[in-house]
Design a protein around this ligand. Structure first.
Ligand SMILES: O=C(O)c1cc(=O)[nH]c(=O)n1[C@@H]1O[C@H](COP(=O)(O)O)[C@@H](O)[C@H]1O
Length: 273
């Protein structure tokens, strides 16, 4: 999917919501465990109930790998379902990969070609030759971890290297990579106060912003400093939406919580007009 197609979808739906499919068998409604594939049954119900309120879904691969072959099969069914039924949706494989060049190429093939995701999250720690293989795929997007939402972000990401915080080095150096036009970045919603400076380095790039809801980040703060003329934001919520209820009404409860975020986003988008 091209960035232009993503932006068009955002304006059409008046939403830049990404719903995280962090599907955990211990948290989904117990009655679904009787299904042949409970993970897919849960994802399908959530997707069918919320697809008009969001522009993106982000399965976190850890939640699928944790269940071995069955988990991977549920992931495959989920991405196939999204691509077939809702082809306008921007899909994110939250895999946080990155390795030496030839290995990164295999990761890219796994997620971009075999599974046909539109994008993947990547850890930048191994540098240029670990990221560039992902950037060579046309209309596929590589979402580089820049400043993450967790407490551990303070261990390394804000430490200075050559007088510059490491996350700023990640942002500025990566813009020189071959295929950099296919880059997006992760910035945690809990780090909204850093967004002004981040926008000085990457004024137009799309940012994937997790951490609203369960982690306490504020949608309004993120929009205030992070929104661009071309929107430039995808805001993720996982647990706050998909586990709104663990009863029969889980899908409609997820819809209610997604709708609350979409309404707030609609207000933020009005400021662009
Ligand atoms: O790359 C991510 O998506 C990510 C980066 C980050 O800095 N913080 C972060 O929480 N995430 C992911 O975003 C999701 C957040 O989930 P909730 O806190 O339940 O909304 C999880 O899948 C995390 O793995």
């Amino acid at each position: 999917m091209t960035t232009q197609e993503l932006v068009a979808q955002i304006h059409k739906k008046q939403s830049f919501l990404c719903i995280g499919l962090d599907t955990d068998l211990e948290k989904i409604p117990a009655f679904l465990l009787e299904e042949e594939d409970p993970i897919f049954a849960f994802n399908k119900a959530i997707i069918d109930a919320t697809h008009d309120l969001c522009v993106s879904y982000k399965p976190n691969i850890a939640f699928y790998e944790a269940y071995g072959v069955q988990g991977w099969s549920a992931l495959r069914k989920t991405i196939k379902y999204l691509n077939k039924e809702y082809p306008e949706i921007f899909t994110i494989a939250d895999a946080k990969r990155g390795d030496i060049g030839n290995t990164s190429t295999r990761y890219a093939k796994a997620f971009f070609e075999d599974l046909n995701f539109d994008s993947i999250t990547i850890a930048p720690y191994m540098g240029r030759d670990s990221v560039e293989p992902f950037l060579q795929f046309k209309d596929k997007h590589t979402i580089l971890l820049a400043l993450t939402s967790n407490q551990g972000a303070f261990d390394f990401q804000i430490k200075k290297v050559d007088g510059n915080e490491l996350y700023k080095e990640v942002l500025s150096v990566s813009t020189t990579y071959e295929g950099a036009e296919n880059l997006m970045y992760v910035v945690g919603a809990t780090k909204a106060e850093y967004l002004k400076e981040i926008r000085e380095i990457v004024p137009e790039s799309f940012l994937l912003v997790p951490g609203v809801g369960a982690q306490g980040g504020s949608l309004e703060d993120v929009c205030k400093y992070g929104m661009t003329k071309g929107v430039g934001l995808l805001i993720n919520s996982s647990r706050g939406i998909i586990y709104a209820s663990n009863q029969e009404d889980f899908a409609s409860a997820a819809r209610i919580n997604a709708k609350k975020l979409q309404v707030s986003m609609e207000k933020e988008l009005e400021r662009l007009n």
